[in-house]
Design a protein around this ligand. Structure first.
Ligand SMILES: [Fe+2]
Length: 268
C-alpha cells in the first residue's frame, strides 16, 4: 500500500482491490481489453504524469527508466472473474452495511460508464472507497485525529447495467490533511475503480465535488494539466438524482477513451 508523507492511506482499499494512495501518476490507457486510443488528444494533458513535482511522493516512486511493455499472460487476462454474482444487494449502499446509520450527509452518486463514442459499457464492476464524514479512512494506517464511525466502512461496489449505469448511496466524505506540504488538505473525494475484465485492465480515478475551495491548493487534482480534463473529475450536482428529504444527488460519468476521457491513474 502506498502512503502519503504522513503515513495515511489515500484510499483504504476496496475489497480485493489494490490499495493506493491518492491519484497515482500515470498515463497508460488500456481498459477492457480494448486498448482504446486517445485520438487527437495528447494523453499527457489528460492523465497525471508519473512525476508530478507538487505531489511529493510521486517523485520518489516515479520510474527512472522508460517503461517496458510486457504482454499480459493468459492467467492475467483470464482471471479472476469478478462480477454480478459476487456483489451483494447492499454493496452499493454504504449507509446500510452496519446495524446503525453512519454520521454525515447522505448522498446519491449515479453515473454512466461509456467509451469515447458514448457507447455504454455494461457488466463492469465499479468499486468505491472513501473517507468518512470526518475525513478519516477506516484503515489501520490512517492516524488522522478525527473520529472513526462504527457504522461506516467506506467501501462499496456495484455492476454497471445494460445502459452502463451505476448507482451508490453513501455519505459525503470529509476533507482530510495529508503530509505533502505545510497545511495540505485533500478536497473531498471518492475513489473509483473500474475493474475491466481482469486485474490488468483495472482503472482508478477520483471524483470530486463541485465548487470545492481546496481545488486550487491540491497538487493531486492539479497534476492533471488539462483544465477540461480536471473538470471531468468533478461530479455535477443533479436535482433529478436527489431524493426528497433523504439525500442530495450527484452525477459522475466515467468515460474511457475518446477525445475527452476521464483522467485515470495507472495501476501498473
Ligand atoms: Fe483519498
Amino acid at each position: 500500500m502506498d502512503h502519503d508523507e504522513a503515513g495515511r492511506p489515500g484510499g483504504a482499499g476496496a475489497r480485493g482491490a489494490t490499495d493506493r494512495a491518492d491519484l497515482a501518476p500515470g498515463a497508460a490507457r488500456h481498459l477492457l481489453g480494448d486498448k482504446t486510443a486517445l485520438g487527437e488528444v495528447d494523453p499527457r494533458t489528460i492523465d497525471p504524469p508519473y512525476d508530478a513535482p507538487g505531489y511529493r511522493s510521486s517523485t520518489r516512486r516515479s520510474p527512472r527508466h522508460p517503461l517496458l511493455v510486457l504482454p499480459p499472460s493468459v492467467a492475467e487476462r483470464a482471471g479472476p472473474l469478478l462480477g454480478e454474482g459476487r456483489v451483494g444487494p447492499l454493496d452499493h449502499d454504504l449507509t446500510r452495511q452496519h446495524p446503525g446509520e453512519p454520521i454525515g450527509e447522505r448522498i446519491v452518486v449515479e453515473g454512466r460508464l461509456s467509451d469515447g463514442d458514448g457507447r455504454p459499457i455494461a457488466g463492469q464492476l465499479i468499486e468505491l472507497w472513501q473517507a468518512n464524514a470526518a475525513g478519516r479512512y477506516a484503515h489501520h494506517v490512517d492516524d488522522h485525529r478525527a473520529p472513526l464511525d462504527p457504522n461506516f466502512s467506506g467501501t462499496g461496489r456495484c455492476v454497471t447495467g445494460p445502459d452502463g449505469r451505476y448507482r451508490f448511496v453513501t455519505i459525503r466524505p470529509g476533507e482530510y490533511p495529508w503530509g505533502n506540504h505545510h497545511n495540505a488538505w485533500r478536497p473531498a473525494h471518492l475513489h473509483f475503480s473500474v475493474f475491466g475484465r481482469a486485474f490488468v485492465d483495472r482503472l482508478v480515478t477520483q471524483m470530486y465535488f463541485p465548487g470545492d475551495p481546496l481545488f486550487a491548493y491540491d497538487p493531486i487534482f492539479n497534476s492533471v494539466n488539462d483544465p477540461i480534463a480536471r473538470q471531468a473529475m468533478v461530479a455535477a450536482f443533479d436535482l433529478r438524482l436527489t431524493e426528497p428529504a433523504f439525500a442530495l444527488g450527484y452525477r459522475f460519468d466515467i468515460v474511457v477513451g475518446g477525445p475527452r476521457p476521464t483522467p485515470l491513474e495507472d495501476e501498473r
